[in-house]
Design a binder for this molecule. Structure first.
Ligand code: GLN
Ligand code: ZN
Length: 774
């Protein structure tokens, strides 16, 4: 057995420094390049990545370089590898039963009447994975050799890399029962059937040349899954007993990132017949000593894989020493999680203030930090004293920099009283809004954005490059808004939107217009599949130098007599989708953002906007994985939304939008937001959430999405009608709104118009039906 490397990372961004993978995959989807060409481009991206990682100090031949490439999603990779392709895609298998890349993409994106796998948030991050569907009779068998091929490919280039696979417990714990599975069936029940396939996979990886394999088991840290900690730990015990005994396997590293392992899981893993364990020491404490560690390498995740701050190297080094005291055979250093959650390289950011840059570390800089700490482990702490001192100096500089603390912002926050967080009675607001708006039953609306066409992106790029001036650009945007308004009038929607053409991104747009933020040029982070976002960096106290959205909203409203929604991004989402300062509690930062939004809402109201939507799609994703941390989180997050919106008058209808369907988990928080209307995602789960809404007694307006905008599929009138029937059968009619799952910006116009037509036709039919039966 070869020793585990002293320094490693749990994963690396796979989209490419210039989003090369996005371009390649999307050109393949449009048919511009064939599969062979896609594979060639992906292989050259992997080669460049390996080279870069070696340059940054990870060993070429000691398994320090992880193989974390994925065409779409790491959970889908594992599901496909073990053959868990839903029945509806069965015909896409090759003759020998294996699952080709085309079927992989179809499972991710859907085809015709067959919806794709559901997508949901990966732990408390902004990454989305595809939810495997497991049935009592799913046949597990090794159905793809992709992991092994990556190892061989690396070997051929002179590397011994470490394949990374989502572990069997996590794969099943994140899966959902396939449609038609009997009541009470749990995917984890299938663990014993799945394990032989994982064992076989390990053997093939060894044969391909892997000396180590990393099995990611973040499910073991979560308290937010259907399975409880005891069940998960018991599953891990069985799983690793079997995998430990697999024949001709690589050494196994089990990684448990994102939070602290439960005591039960820690004891189980410590005793398991595997060779190394990685724990997240940025979100969890150093665990206590446990039986079985004497034979293992403990990998301390002390470099934060989730933020962009340079951090405190001295503190990281001290934590490694604590870990060393547990008496394991060896200690190694790693990032706390995969680096897939951070951008590639601060060196790629010529526009950032050099002082800010000196406080930052993106993926490549974090690898540098890992390499320094690894040297410390090998040569002793004194050997890295200079690097530790430099990191401490950068931290001290940041604390004293102008803008990090702004007196006026702080005074306003201190003066807040509880009345600033509450609106009046809902019943009174509801009556005032009905009177002011006069909407029909089942009002139809969209979530805000209309397709961001090539024309829009080109105009923005030309404006950014200075090829067109502000007047020309604004003129273009006005035309676009006018087009979107008349399209919505023609379609027959009841509450219109301006379409958000001026926004590249719902958070970055606000970040660009608020003080306290910096925006990156190349800081892309994968959100799902081929989609990436560019989170802003919230480094200082936040304030609003001038109104942001008012002129667009009022222009759109001037074009129509129907109500146009003002459209803002809420404080929690602005925080969740930015890299946020780590030097004060998140709640304080959230209230600063909330106050800026509160001023914006007041300006929108004064300008005659009657409906204002404050999007909080990230409310659920920031929810801490550990239950004891959840109440405090819900308190500040809900509080900041209320602070942002509570200044609105009774007749102003406040909407919010949330992008997921696990409504039950945060229903109390959603109710506590006290929005007048809430739109949520529901189409992919075919309205499952409606039952949760009913049982929760949620009494304000609610729009369960009827159109899955993550897929190019156009929902039929019948399909939308079914979802509406379900909604009106289970909920009071006056509560129900009709809308897509989310914004339309990633869709094309053809499918958008076709889908909205079907939605409106289905709504009209349902309205007639309920009128007749009333
Ligand atoms: N208003 C935003 C849009 O329509 C909301 C997007 C989101 O929830 N992610 O694009
Ligand atoms: Zn959404």
């Amino acid at each position: 057995m070869t020793a585990f490397p002293t320094g490693t990372i749990l994963g690396y961004p796979r989209i490419g420094r210039r989003r090369e993978l996005k371009r390649a995959v999307e050109s393949h989807w449009t048919g511009a390049i064939d599969e062979a060409e896609l594979e060639t481009q992906a292989a050259s991206l992997r080669r460049a990545t390996r080279e870069r990682l070696a340059e940054l100090g990870l060993g070429r031949d000691d398994s320090a370089i992880p193989e974390t490439f994925s065409y779409y999603d790491q959970v889908l990779d594992a599901a496909i590898t073990v053959g868990a392709l839903p029945e509806r895609f069965a015909s896409l298998r090759s003759a020998d039963g294996s699952i080709p890349l085309s079927a992989y993409f179809t499972a991710a994106r859907g085809a015709g009447e067959n919806p794709p796998l559901e997508m949901t948030k990966w732990f408390d991050t902004n990454y989305h994975y595809l939810v495997p569907e497991i049935a009592p009779d799913t046949v597990f068998s090794l159905s793809s050799d992709r992991y092994g091929r990556l190892v061989s490919e690396a070997r051929a280039e002179g590397y011994t890399t470490r394949p990374v696979v989502v572990g069997p417990v996590t794969l099943l714990a994140l899966a959902k029962p396939a449609d038609g599975a009997p009541e009470g069936f749990r995917p984890l029940d299938r663990l014993d059937d799945l394990l032989p396939v994982y064992a076989e996979l390990l053997t093939t990886l060894r044969a391909a040349g892997a000396e180590w394999v990393q099995l990611d088991e973040p499910a073991l840290v979560s308290e937010s899954l259907p399975e409880d900690a005891a069940a998960l730990a018991a599953a891990a015990e069985r799983a690793y007993a079997v995998l430990g005994a697999a024949s001709d396997r690589p050494s196994i590293l089990v990684a448990a990132p994102y939070a602290q392992l439960s005591d039960a899981a820690w004891a189980t893993l410590a005793a398991a017949p595997v060779e190394a364990l990685a724990v997240d020491l940025t979100r969890g404490a150093v665990p206590s000593s446990a039986a079985g560690l004497e034979q293992k390498t403990l990998v301390g995740g002390v470099i934060d894989g989730r933020n962009v701050w340079r951090g405190d190297l001295g503190a990281a080094q001290a934590r490694l020493e604590e870990l060393d005291a547990l008496g394991a055979a060896a200690v190694a250093v790693a990032t706390s999680t995969s680096l897939q959650h951070v951008p590639h390289d601060v060196g790629d950011e010529p526009d950032l203030d050099p002082r800010l840059v000196s406080w930052l570390a993106f993926a490549d800089q974090k690898i540098g930090q890992v390499a320094v700490l690894a040297r410390g482990l090998r040569e002793g702490a004194e050997a890295i004293a200079d690097e530790i001192a430099a990191a401490s100096a950068a931290l001290a500089d940041r604390r004293s920099a102008p803008g990090v603390s702004d007196g006026a912002v702080r005074e306003r926050a201190t003066a807040l009283r509880s009345a600033d967080f509450s609106r009046g009675e809902y019943a009174v607001r509801d009556a005032a809004q009905q009177e002011a708006l006069g909407l029909p039953v089942l009002p139809t609306t969209t979530i805000g954005s209309f397709p961001q066409t090539g024309d829009i992106r080109r105009a923005r790029a030309r404006f950014t490059r200075g090829e067109i001036d502000e007047t020309a650009y604004e003129g273009f945007l006005r035309e676009e808004i006018a087009r979107v308004i008349s399209l919505q009038e023609e379609l027959g929607l009841d509450v219109l939107v301006h379409g958000e053409p001026e926004r590249n991104d719902m958070v970055q747009y606000f970040a660009e217009n608020l003080d306290g933020f910096a925006v990156t040029r190349n800081g892309w982070v994968q959100s799902y599949g081929s989609r990436a976002t560019r989170p802003s960096i919230l480094w200082g106290d936040v304030s609003r130098p001038a109104p942001i959205t008012v002129r667009w909203a009022t222009y759109a409203q001037s074009l129509t007599s129907l109500p146009v929604k003002g459209m803002l991004t809420g404080p929690v989402t602005i925080l969740a989708w930015s890299f946020v300062r780590d030097d004060q509690p998140l709640g304080e930062t959230a209230n600063q953002v909330a106050l800026a939004l509160r001023d914006e809402i007041s300006d929108l109201e004064s300008a005659g906007i009657q409906i204002i939507q404050v999007d909080e799609p990230a409310l659920r994703e920031l929810l801490p994985l550990h239950r004891d941390a959840q109440p405090a989180y819900l308190d500040w997050s809900v509080g900041s939304f209320r602070l942002a919106t509570a200044g609105a008058g009774d007749a102003t209808q406040v909407h919010t939008h949330l992008c997921y369907s696990e409504f039950a988990v945060v229903i109390d928080a959603i109710a506590a937001l006290d929005a007048d209307v809430t739109s949520i995602e529901a189409a992919r789960s075919r309205g499952e959430v409606i039952g949760d809404i009913r049982t929760s007694g949620f009494a304000h307006g609610i729009g369960p999405g009827v159109y899955d905008i993550h897929s190019p599929r156009v929902p039929s009138v019948a399909e939308v009608g079914e979802l509406l029937d379900r909604a009106v059968a289970e909920l009071p009619l006056r509560q129900v709104w009709v809308n897509p799952d989310c914004g339309l910006k990633t869709r094309g116009y053809d499918e958008t118009v076709a889908s909205l037509k079907n939605i409106i036709e289905a709504t009209r039919a349902t309205r007639e039906r309920v009128a007749v039966s009333a």
